[in-house]
Design a protein around this ligand. Sequence first.
Ligand code: PGA
Length: 254
Amino acid sequence: MPRKLFIAGNWKMNTNAASARALAEALVEKIGSVEAVDLAVCPPFVYLSAVGEVLAASRIALGAQDVYYEDDGAFTGEVSTAMLKDVGCSYVICGHSERRHVIGETDELINRKLLKALGDGLRPILCVGELLEERRAEETLEVVRRQVQLGLEGVSGGDVDKVTIAYEPVWAIGTGVVATPEQAQEVHAMIREVLAQLYDQAIAEAMRIQYGGSVKPKNAEALLACPDVDGALVGGASLKADQFAEIVSKGLGG
Ligand code: PGA
């Protein structure tokens, strides 16, 4: 079975109460009934409820940008899986590069979050990707392989299909410098090979691997046409309803 594309918007630490709602409303109007591509948006925690209300009657799913691995208790500032489900989230991003490199999350912490999310019925989007110096040192494949392996540690073959991998080269995130389709395809194919080694060929073939890093309407078509690119995780361009909708339309072949 061909893999269905999955395009998600990561709003990061952007929007306010009014603009988050307005952005969601515009997305519902433009792409709210798209069926051929799976869609999600990941607003800041504080706007999840409001955005979720707007999305409720649409086909656009709600996701969070992070989660903690404990159920509840004295973890000031953290948000649990139950809270995310309570406000209607079905996806959660784990290990975004900004959390790895700005906040300092380790592979071990990311893995704990992913296991907790999966165990509690959320669909994790596991982000992996190399730094510019790692690419220059020709360590890309090694770095990404390690992040995939450690991120998925303890995930069974029966559960792993609920995980989406997002390959996001750190040098392409928010920089306007996008990976070429060839660069993306090379790493995506390698990730699929790693998945086949960790699980089996059928599981690897079924799993979706998104590309992320400066995805824009003008480059989306070529990236989404790569055989192992199964969608996109979009940052900057997901804050503009027109641009996000145009990226989705590229995924629909338009
Ligand atoms: P960008 O962000 O599209 O702004 O480069 C992508 C991401 O970080 O998910």
